[in-house]
Design a protein around this ligand. Sequence first.
Ligand SMILES: O=P(O)(O)OC[C@H]1O[C@H](OP(=O)(O)OP(=O)(O)O)[C@H](O)[C@@H]1O
Length: 382
Amino acid sequence: MFDIVPESAIEGGRATDAYFLRTEEALNHAGRNPRVVAEVTADQFPTGEFELLAGLKDVARLLAGRDVDADALPEGTLFDGGPVLRVEGPYLEFARLETSILGFLSHPTAMATAALEARRAAPETSLLSFGARHVHPSIAGTVDRSALLAGFDGFSHAAAGDIMDREASGTMPHALVICFGPGNQEDAWRAFDEAVDPDVPRIALCDTYDDEVDEAVRAAELGFDSVRLDTTGSRRGDFRHIVRETRWKLDVNGHEDVGIFVSGGITPRTIRWLADVADGFGVGSHITSADPVDFALDIVEVGGKPAAKRGKLSGKKAVYRTPDGGHHVALADSEGPEGGESLFEPLIRDGEVVAGFDLDAATERAREDAERVGFRSGSGAE
Ligand SMILES: O=P(O)(O)OC[C@H]1O[C@H](OP(=O)(O)OP(=O)(O)O)[C@H](O)[C@@H]1O
């Protein structure tokens, strides 16, 4: 067996911290199962530092069929404080789900936020998600979905594509070129071109044995659409110069239409540095190494009365977008700020999922939100 918590354990609530099981025992023993309102929050008040909400689709699936109502910010919303999800119902309906609810949101939101930093570094340049290799294979789908939600153009993982019903893309690995040996790059590239479906973009990896510039011209001569430079860090020197020189030599040889794709340790900073000379980037570790967002689920109301631990805000809340583009947290039954637009939307009603999870719609929401709040554009965010 692989070290994978099976889907049945997540759905059944076994994927939980043991103290929730003890809590169930204690509450059942005491005959206590109060109706509560619980909220999932990272920062109590708006901070001005926005993050991109992702992972909600799986939360909705987990809550489906339980005797709860839930409201949430739609996926693809940028948030900077206050609750992103609110669950109401008898506490024992969802007590043991807390661990998985937070897990569904924390890492995907962090990865989507990191991917959005990359997206904003070059809004018009092609970006592919290459991060699957850095995570447990069971969560590769969340990596690539988070990247697409942030506006990436494609992803590399085949099984992630099966989950999302989209085609994985990518180029070729060094392994293919090495299998043909030094000096035989053309044989490797030709084998790829002859064997692979014509719909797959012809992108030749051009850094395995010889100078990137020479290999790129050789691949272009074979008719490849693009070249990929993945030069090892120790050999990069002035990488911007290498990319520019490659562009120059391709142009001089009549290959102005051959694109240059760059990968390997790419961050928002390197994207900004190379965006005017490269046509696309593969981004992996920048996305997968994002620190999980520190979401917590807190009871804020018991039996219709405000309740909370010290340091947390009691009472059922709403989050508003204010006319100046900021966010405002207020009690749900208050008026809210003047001109404010409530961001919560129904997620679950009587156990039925009532929200939609169209990925393209979420991506568009993220794009508009990022534009509206000026999400880290032009900053040195890494
Ligand atoms: O650095 P990241 O942003 O995480 O990008 C992920 C990987 O994608 C590229 O690998 P490549 O396909 O060239 O791998 P290979 O050397 O195994 O062929 C690059 O060299 C990284 O190792």
